[in-house]
Write a protein of this length. Structure first.
Length: 165
């Protein structure tokens, strides 16, 4: 019989192997750069988790840009700094403020993120200095993702999603 720690380690190992398989396949097929492995479900799960964390007892969250409330399933995980900057797609626990917050479809899609009120929300919540750190955060061009860390993040996101739903 496996202990909970051994079960968690086995889960992380399975996701680690999937990340490696996708990375190797992408390198040899030439379809994507290996650092795009982050898109392998990790960002999607993080955005879902952000909306679940922000919901109230009835399942509604408030848009950070316009303040309207919608059910968490009708909201997006809106990013203040665009997703092309891989360091800010998810919260790596590296001291940066979170870059992903619940946003309604209107603000995120139709108003391209509605950044002016989004920035005002972040400044009010964290201060100007922290927001400027987030805006300046970038990964070096030759950054290599630690696939083991990505696997650990994926498992922790999935576990928290399971708890919240």
């Amino acid at each position: 019989m496996k202990t909970p720690e051994e079960k968690l380690e086995a889960k992380i190992d399975r996701w680690h192997k999937k990340f490696l398989a996708v990375s190797i396949g992408q390198v040899f097929s030439g379809t994507r750069h290996p650092r795009k492995n982050l898109e392998f479900g990790l960002a999607t799960n993080y955005q879902k988790l952000v909306r679940l964390r922000a919901m109230d007892d009835n399942g509604y969250c408030q848009c950070v840009s316009c303040g309207r409330s919608y059910h968490w399933t009708a909201m997006n995980g809106g990013h203040y700094v665009g997703r092309s900057n891989y360091r800010t797609i998810i919260d790596f626990g590296d001291g940066l403020i979170p870059n992903c917050w619940p946003q309604c479809v209107r603000c995120n899609d139709h108003f391209s993120g509605n950044h002016v009120p989004y920035r005002e929300f972040l400044v009010a919540a964290f201060g100007t200095e922290k927001v400027e750190e987030l805006e300046a955060a970038k990964l070096p061009e030759n950054h290599i993702w630690d696939k083991r860390k990505l696997a650990e993040l994926k498992v922790s996101f999935l576990d928290e999603i399971k708890e919240l739903t």
